[in-house]
Each structure stands twice: as C-alpha cells, then as structure tokens.
Design a protein around this ligand. Structure first.
Ligand SMILES: *Cc1c(COP(=O)(O)O)cnc(C)c1O
Length: 348
C-alpha cells in the first residue's frame, strides 16, 4: 500500500460546493450556486477553519459571491497574457523575465484571482510536453535570467514533477534565478514538508513569493511552513492584493506586514487589483491605497513596506503607484503609464 501524504488528504477533503458550507455556517447556499458554477470554488479544511463568520475577510476571499456575476466592463484576460505567449505555457513580457505556467489549479480558488476565468479549467492545464516546450523556449532566449514558476500553483505538483522542471531550468546557463509563486503556505501549509524543502534547497538561488492578504491567515501552521523554507535557504517574499472588505485599512496592513517580518517573509508588492472580470466588488480606489501605504510610513520598518504596484490592462508592464503618477481631479483620477499613456481607472 502506498501511503497518501497528509497534504493530499487535506486537499482531497476540500469543499467545492456552496451546499457544503451549511455544515459549518447558518446560511442559504442557493444564491451562491451560480457564481460557483461560473468560477470554481475550492476551500481546504485549513482555510475553512479560519472563517469566523460569513462575510468576514477570509470568507470574502474564498466563498463565491453573486456579485461576481454582475455585468462589468472588466476583462477575462486583464493583462493580455495571450498576446505575450510565444508558446502556450510561457508569458514573456519583460526582456529578462518570463512566467512558466506549470500547474493549472490551486489549493483554493481566490475570488479575486486575475486568472479566475481560466484557473481550475483546461485552459490553464498545460501538458508536460507543453511545459518542456516552455523550457525549450527559455533555453533559446539568452536574455531571460529570471524564471517565475506559476499557474495555478506550482506546489500542487508532485515533488518529482516539480524537481524535474527545476532541474531542466537549472541546466539552462543563462537562467540565473528561479522564483516560485505559491499560495499553499496560506491554504495548505502541510504541503511544505521537510522532504520538499530538502529537495528545493538544491536549486538555489531559488526564491518563493507567497500571498498572505490578512493577519488571520498568519497561523502557527503557516509560520512553521515559512520557517521550513527559509531554513532551507529559500528567501520568502509576499504579494498582497488590496481588497475591499478584506484589508483596505492601514491597521490591518500594519498587523499583516509586521507579523510577516517576524516570520522572515519580506512584503514585496501590494497590488492594486488587476481589472479581472467578476472582481469589481473587491476594488479599492487608488487614492485609498495611497493613503494606506502613506499611513505605514513612520509606523513601521521600511523593510516591511511593499511597493504599491499596478499592472495596467493590456500588458505594457507593472508600475509603482505614487501620487505623481496620478492626473486629473479626485473625482476622475487617471494614471500615467510607463509609456506615457493616460488611462482611466474603474474604481468600482
Ligand atoms: C509580474 C510579472 C513578472 C515579474 O515581475 P517582477 O516585478 O520582477 O516581480 C514577470 N513577468 C510577467 C509577465 C509579470 O506579469
């Protein structure tokens, strides 16, 4: 008999239907059904346990909401990734970096996900052959120094599959660093086994960026998972998305970033949300985001203050949001992009 690992059992015990919520909460699941059919739902037991009541910051991130179906003018592919995909598993937008999409699914479907129209579906599930084609593409582009494994969540791959991908990338002489983007530290900390950490330690310099959005996600289990990775020599960064009703106040951010620093996780980016279809109810005005970032200055170590980033629709590239990028009046704010274009911001 082959022993099934703890993380796989936990993943298998996730809930994927709103009707399963009634075991834990006194709610009517019927109004949530349509959104769950349009955009898949998956909540691990660990993450489900963090919900204290319906509508709280954890709930909002993982439970389908009828507001996801409100007609908006947002985009199924907000960053126009399809236009930057020379082969299916690659997004190559910047000369020195490329994304390699190695997994089509996640240990939890974030309701604000930029790829919510594709994640958990066949569109994002590339075959091992397509992943190898992606690595061949990288091997043929000497300008690429930095490869970011993403998806989906790369840490949902079996250890052997992940290690094989890392080993192939490591053999490409111009690839200087590899990064992994993963949210399992938040939703499935059991995945970060000592065995996995021991294997990853062979691929330094290897960085991992994770995705904590709220202080209540900083559980002892997640802290231990972070410690195992850092002890294996893997520096951790964190990308937070600014989300209405989740973390859109500076006290919450302060608690989040301070505690992350104690866990040896460096806050890297605070993202102004991508303009992804079905996420309008999460939007926070840029003005509010700037106020939050400004409120952090002076109240905490600069080490804990992330850059406030925006990736404008169309895919011309990320920019740091500062007051001097804004033009127009408070009523009608617009942004000057890196290429000097002036664009509107739907503020929700
Ligand atoms: C965000 C992103 C990166 C990484 O950007 P950094 O600012 O280096 O973290 C690379 N490629 C694409 C397509 C991206 O969207």
């Amino acid at each position: 008999m082959v022993a099934v690992s703890t993380w796989k059992k936990q993943l298998a015990a996730s809930i994927s239907q709103p009707s399963q919520l009634v075991t834990y909460f006194n709610i009517d699941p019927v109004p949530l059904q349509a959104a769950a059919e349009r955009y898949p739902m998956l909540i691990t037991p660990h993450y489900l346990n963090l919900i204290e009541e319906p509508g709280d910051p954890i709930w909002r991130q993982c439970v389908p909401d009828p507001l996801e179906l409100v007609a908006d003018r947002l985009f199924a592919d907000p960053l126009n990734e399809a236009a930057f995909a020379p082969v299916p598993a690659i997004v190559h937008r910047y000369p020195d970096r490329a994304l390699l999409m190695v997994a089509g699914t996640c240990a939890g479907f974030c309701r604000f996900c930029t790829r919510k129209s594709r994640v958990g579906r066949s569109e994002l599930c590339f075959s091992s052959q397509q992943v190898i084609e992606g690595i061949d593409y990288i091997a043929g582009q000497p300008g690429i120094r930095d490869v970011i494994l993403t998806g989906g969540d790369p840490l949902l791959l079996e250890d052997d599959t992940l290690i094989d991908i890392l080993a192939r990338l490591k053999r490409v002489p111009h690839v200087e660093i590899i990064r992994i983007g993963s949210r399992v530290l938040v939703t499935l900390p059991e995945r970060i086994t000592s065995v996995l950490c021991g294997k990853l330690a062979n691929f330094q310099p290897l960085y991992l960026n994770t995705h904590f959005n709220h202080p209540r996600e900083l559980t002892p289990e997640s802290a231990e998972a972070c410690a195992r990775l850092v002890d294996a020599g893997i520096p951790l960064g964190n990308q937070t998305v600014l989300l209405r009703g989740v973390n859109d106040d500076h006290e919450t951010m302060l608690a989040l970033f301070r505690t992350l620093l104690t866990m040896r996780v460096r806050p890297y980016y605070l993202h102004q949300m991508d303009l992804a279809k079905g996420t309008l109810h999460f939007r926070v005005a840029v003005e509010r985001g700037l106020e939050i970032v400004e409120a952090l200055r002076g109240r905490m170590s600069g080490l804990g203050i992330p850059a406030y980033m925006f990736d404008p629709p169309g895919g011309e590239g990320k920019l740091v949001l500062t007051r001097d990028r804004l033009v127009g009046s408070a009523e009608k704010l617009r942004i000057r992009t890196l290429q000097g274009r002036i664009i509107d911001l739907p503020e929700g």
